[in-house]
Design a protein around this ligand. Sequence first.
Ligand code: FAD
Length: 386
Amino acid sequence: MKRLVLLGGGHAHVFVLQALAQEPLPGVETVLVTPYERQVYSGMVPGVVAGHYAVDEAVIPLLPLVRQARVRRLLTSAVGLDAQARRVRLADGNVLDYDVLSVATGAVADRGAIPGAREHALFVRPAEQFLQLMQRLRALCADRPLDIVVIGGGAAGFELALGLSHALGEGAVATGSAGGSRVALVTGGGDPLSNYPAGVVARGLRALKRQRVTVLRSPCIGIEPGAVILEQGTRVACDAPVVALGAAAAAWLQGSGLALDERGFIATGSTLQSTSHPHVFAAGDVASRADAPHAKSGVYAVRAGPALALNLRRLLTGGELLPHLPQQRTLNLLSCGDRHAIASWGRWSAEGRWVWRWKDRIDRAFIARFSVPGPAASGSPADPPW
Ligand SMILES: Cc1cc2nc3c(=O)[nH]c(=O)nc-3n(C[C@H](O)[C@H](O)[C@H](O)COP(=O)(O)OP(=O)(O)OC[C@H]3O[C@@H](n4cnc5c(N)ncnc54)[C@H](O)[C@@H]3O)c2cc1C
């Protein structure tokens, strides 16, 4: 009996579990290692923060998927890997040997990137912990309005600042919730959403103004109790710093023997196999493709899922592995807190409440796809999200 080990219940692995439920792998024992019972769908996290969704609406429960796929689940995480010996070391002290390994463990927050952040800040990753911290923040804001500073001008920081402002900010007073807190967004330098076309940046700035989010175009160089420190030493009052900076590679990949890129992510080729160890696959944020450096976000993790499922099957049971070619362009949908969203595709963009309803339908369909029993469990595919 061969053993396939899946590390992480990430966006690509939920497709693998679903494929295994539909067509089991003969002569293969599959084990899923996951630290949490559920997979948070990050596309809906800003909506949870804004108060549009309950947490349960934004997660994929893994246990029903695992049962349906007849996969063994270990509720722990990988803390070490020896790719030569084909062995994973687990946080619970056990080791797990494999014939084929698939890694979809995502990225981690770089807790050392800003001095003081480790001690004083809330990090957006892991999403499971972030959502728990948000509940506590909400409770604190019910006692008194706070100064909240989101650090990171990318899509995640932008959406979270707007979601926080909608739920807890000055505009929320009118809705009678725990409002009145002040929300600021520290971009690191220029405008927020700087890797988007100018039209999207302009729409984003209007949304931030509408929602009374203060934009601070400066790098954050330190975090202290009660303040974030910007370049040139400017101190900004802050009770709750939320760090939404670019993600880093997990430390346990170092020393695994796997070929890693310069940032420590697993170097993979077009078939999603490690460039150094063909029995190791990686997909999503943990993977790095020299031929597709743009392919780093949830949308790419999701799109890699079916290809990963197929290639794992073929490596284990025979057949030619197929290349997975990430698209150059994807549809981007940015929520603006107030049930308003911005859509973009290349240089085209649009916004409105209709975009939010569009995003809401896509996101809910994605979660529904993995509910068991559900339409997808009986074989009908839904559109991928984002
Ligand atoms: C607030 C926010 C909003 C976002 N919105 C969007 C969006 O709208 N569109 C978009 O394209 N991208 C978005 N992103 C980016 C997106 O979240 C990531 O690109 C995506 O989650 C990557 O998916 P993944 O499956 O690779 O990793 P993850 O989603 O991080 O999943 C990894 C899984 O592995 C598990 N795991 C971690 N470490 C271990 C370990 N050592 N052992 C075992 N299991 C482990 C984790 O618990 C988790 O379940 C957003 C990010 C944030 C923070």
